[in-house]
Design a protein around this ligand. Structure first.
Ligand code: HEC
Ligand code: HEC
Length: 409
């Protein structure tokens, strides 16, 4: 399709979008009660433009995480959690038998490997920063572009995907069937004669649902303990919900609107310099159904566009939750920032001009002073940082001839 063909329908869609947006804004401005943070943030900070814009858009008040959301057909039981835990740590659930979920989501690196962009199975690379699996039960879509709607289907791609586990489903089932302890556990939990892929997904998703932040100071603060946040972090919270406008997107219990935004995050040059990265990058364009034109021309991760194929979604990524963000460096979909200071500096500078496609209007300079930047960082790094959620690698069950992973004969 040429650009000329696209232009006409595109414009009318824009008009419609503008009309709907105007209606929504008016509705919010008139009817939506604004959370008390904006009225009494205690910071002595001026009522800036940022604050007013955030107010207009409306947001869900920050809150503690509620009970763990669970699909109706996959309730949490201790036996299923234990089976899921074994599977999460078991490298036999990858094509070449060398990588488990824990290889890329190691429990001692915030459940997300510390490199900017993940590695992949031997001979490949990944193309994105690893997302943490802590609090993943509360997300409403998965992966940076929200391509998966359930944790179970995300995990199927994680075991099976060419740049993740690279395990063929049928091969995976055959491997499980040769491990007597698994056969017994699957029979007890799911009532099957032989382990099934979908049940393995139910188990591994169940294990992850139990990985929830622990003792986050901000949660104690929300529960009424005013001393739970230090002075710096408390001032940072006021800025987060006020002058800096972070709460416009990082709201609700998860500190994420579960929405998609283009921030204009800088490119990661690894894609230009590393052949393996470039191979994966191009492969992903193809695998995610980009048009031939896009496949040939883009040098950017287009994010949400791969799901909707709408121009307006190019460069949008899902807003990540921020509890335990202290453990999950580096940051952003391409791991371009290695510290929280760099992240807040990036927001403070804003995106100059209109060079970035679809960039969110909130991405304009915030005018934060250095002490204010430090306060926001203190809120992120201390206020939102709970006790580490950890687990140690369990002892894995052997194949029926007694061999363990790596000892296969
Ligand atoms: C080779 C490394 C690798 C392996 C192996 C791997 N992952 Fe991931 N995982 C990633 C990367 C990179 C992402 C981000 C992918 C994206 O957004 O496109 C991710 C994303 C996820 C997400 C979504 C996080 C979010 O915030 O949306 C979940 C959940 C997840 N992985 C769980 C698992 C599980 C469970 C396994 C084992 C079945 C696994 N992963 C295996 C690298 C890996
Ligand atoms: C317009 C919506 C929006 C606003 C406003 C916003 N964020 Fe974000 N935030 C996002 C999105 C989307 C991402 C992921 C972007 C990407 O990877 O390209 C993100 C990523 C982050 C990350 C990285 C998390 C991770 O796990 O990689 C941190 C930290 C963060 N934001 C903090 C803040 C702070 C602090 C503010 C206020 C100064 C703020 N955000 C304002 C939408 C927003």
């Amino acid at each position: 399709m040429t650009d000329g063909n696209k232009a006409a329908p595109h414009r009318s869609v824009l008009y419609l979008f503008a009309a709907v947006l105007a209606a929504v804004l008016v509705t919010f401005a008139v009817f939506v009660p604004v959370a008390p943070f904006f009225f009494d943030d205690g910071s002595g900070v001026d009522d800036t433009t940022a604050q007013m814009e955030a107010q207009d858009l409306g947001f869900t008040p920050l809150a503690q995480l509620g009970a763990i959301p669970t699909p109706i057909d996959n309730p949490i039981t201790p036996e299923k959690v234990e089976l899921g835990r074994l599977l999460f740590f078991d490298p036999r659930m990858s094509g070449d038998g060398s990588m488990s979920c824990n290889s890329c989501h190691p429990s001692d690196q915030g459940w997300s490997v510390d490199t900017a962009i993940s590695f992949g199975p031997p001979g490949t690379s990944h193309w994105r920063n690893v997302g943490s699996v802590v609090n993943i039960a509360y997300a409403t879509s998965y992966n940076w572009e929200g391509s998966k709607k359930s944790l179970e289907s995300q995990n199927s791609g994680a075991w099976g995907g060419a740049v993740a586990g690279n395990l063929d489903k049928a091969l995976g089932e055959e491997r499980l069937a040769e491990i007597p302890d698994y056969v017994e556990r699957f029979a007890d939990i799911f009532g099957t004669d032989t382990p099934l892929w979908d049940d393995a997904l139910r188990a591994v998703a169940t294990y992850q649902r139990t990985l929830v932040s622990r003792n986050v100071p901000f949660d104690s603060y929300l529960a009424g303990d005013q001393t739970a946040l230090g002075d710096q972090a408390a001032a940072g919270l006021s800025l987060f919900t006020g002058k800096a406008g972070c709460v416009s997107c990082h709201d609700g219990a998860l500190l994420s609107d579960n929405g998609f935004h283009a921030l204009g995050v800088p490119q990661n040059d690894e894609f230009l310099t590393s052949p393996l990265r470039q191979i994966t990058f191009r492969y992903e364009q193809w695998a995610k159904g980009a048009t031939e034109d896009v496949y040939r021309t883009t040098d950017q991760d287009l994010g949400r566009y791969y799901v909707t194929h709408n121009q307006v979604d190019k460069g949008k990524f899902r807003t990540p939750g921020l509890r335990d963000v202290c453990y999950t460096k580096p940051y952003m979909h391409n791991g371009i920032f290695s510290t929280l200071d760099q992240v807040v500096e990036f927001y403070n500078n804003g995106i100059p001009g209109d060079g970035v496609e679809n960039v969110d209007p909130l991405m304009r300079p915030l005018g934060l002073t250095q002490p204010e930047v430090d306060q926001i960082v203190a809120f992120l790094a201390e206020g939102l940082c709970g006790d580490p959620v950890t687990d140690t690698a369990p002892e894995l069950p052997p194949y029926r001839d007694g061999t363990l992973p790596g000892e296969e004969r």
